[in-house]
Ligand binder design. Structure first.
Ligand code: SAH
Ligand code: SF4
Length: 381
């Protein structure tokens, strides 16, 4: 348990935490989403309720997506009253709920129990509905083009806070007649620097007694924390791995993704190879395309040579410019040319425009603009 004035660790010994504003963990509200079924059972039994009630609650929460305890109509009133008084279902109220004009992208802005802001995005496609989950408030990695990392890391989210984002998104999808089918950890934060809670969260969703989310429909995206990629390969659930590469050589990558100084490309590729060998699964490489930075024909050719022979796919994400950062998106012809160069060299590549630009819900934009507005600093940046 951290002392009140101690900045929270990233849980990565290699990264020094930056100064933060936050409450210690002990003062943050714990909710039902923070508990395993076993923990819930123990709590209910301790409070004098029969053990079987825990599974009933669990099914209401993870199968029926009940929004509150009062919806759990087959529970006795005294149990509902106890739950309401002792174990909040959701710990983070939604303080802003926006959607794009076409209704295909929804963003939920939460305020956590300790006054932080968290964002979650639900993207509706014709064939799938995907939630983009945040795992940290801020991020310690500090990629040059990403809004999340601008202020450093404030704190890790708990597994329960990640569960809530997902269940809320699933409920929202259901409200518009859809089923949540996919999950990507591509919101705020670096999941492999908040490893334990992120894995607990994914396993909890995967659990067949509850939500039963297929592991193959869940993707962990990382800037390249090599030892944790190995740990992920050893997990009993086989998740998809996306690696944010963004450059084919160390000089360029280190200037964009500072963690590359710690885990350079050769080590990262070796870890990806081990992951592929162990899991038999294809790795996705994310590539945020920036004009004049990493979008030349030469760089495309160099990238193709780096990836040649690997079981992989490249997702080219045309950069979402961040207002306070100097990076720009190439024009459509340049984007297509980069993709074609990769494909001609035998590397599968897809251009993916990220959703939600008009509501600041796109990759790299989740920085809780709300917080800046609230603090009155928006006009200065
Ligand atoms: N921290 C993890 C996951 C969250 S970021 C990671 O870096 O992989 C999710 C993806 O959005 C990453 O591929 C990241 O590089 C990308 N991204 C960040 N800022 C972006 C921006 N401004 N435009 C496009 N993609 C961006
Ligand atoms: Fe952190 Fe990912 Fe943003 Fe880099 S791109 S600063 S790792 S959230």
């Amino acid at each position: 348990m951290s002392a009140p004035s101690t900045p929270e660790s990233t849980d990565d010994p290699h990264l020094a935490p930056k100064p933060v504003r936050m409450l210690p963990r002990a003062q943050r509200p714990q909710g039902l989403y923070d508990l395993s079924l076993e923990e819930l059972t123990a709590k209910l039994v301790e409070a004098g309720f029969p053990a079987f009630r825990a599974k009933q609650v669990w099914h209401w929460v993870y199968r029926q997506l009940a929004p509150d305890y009062d919806a759990m109509t087959n529970l006795p009133a005294d149990l509902r009253a106890w739950l309401n008084a002792n174990l909040p279902l959701a710990t983070m109220p939604v303080i802003r709920d926006s959607a794009t004009d076409d209704g295909e992208t929804h963003k939920l802005l939460y305020q956590t129990g300790d006054g932080q802001f968290v964002e979650t995005v639900l993207m509706l496609y014709p064939d799938r509905a995907t939630v983009c989950v945040s795992c940290q408030i801020g991020c310690a990695v500090g990629c040059a083009f990403c809004a999340t990392g601008l202020g450093g890391l404030t704190r890790n989210l708990s597994a329960g806070e990640m569960v809530q984002q997902t269940i809320d998104a699933a409920r929202r999808a259901r409200e518009v007649g859809r089923t949540l089918t996919n999950l990507v950890m591509m919101g705020m934060g670096e999941p492999l620097q908040n490893y334990g809670p992120s894995i607990t969260f994914l396993k909890r969703l995967n659990d067949a007694e509850g939500f039963g989310f297929g592991a193959r429909r869940m993707t962990v995206s990382t800037s390249g924390i090599v030892p944790r990629i190995d740990a992920l390969a050893d997990e009993p659930i086989q998740l998809n791995l996306a690696v944010s590469l963004h450059a084919p050589n160390d000089e360029l990558r280190s200037s964009l993704v500072p963690i590359n100084n710690r885990y350079p490309i050769a080590e990262l590729m070796a870890a990806c190879d081990r992951y592929i060998a162990k899991t038999g699964r294809r790795v996705s490489f994310e590539y945020a395309l920036m004009r004049g930075i990493n979008d030349s024909d030469e760089i495309a050719t160099e990238l193709a040579a780096l990836l040649k022979g690997r079981l992989c796919h490249v997702n080219i994400i045309p950069l979402n410019p961040v207002d306070v950062l100097p990076y720009e998106r190439p024009d459509p012809a340049g984007i297509e040319r980069f993709a074609e160069t990769l494909r001609n060299a035998g590397i599968p590549a897809t251009v993916r425009y990220s959703r939600g630009l008009e509501i600041d819900a796109a990759c790299g934009q989740l920085r809780a603009k709300h917080e800046r507005e609230r603090e009155g600093t928006l006009a200065e940046v």
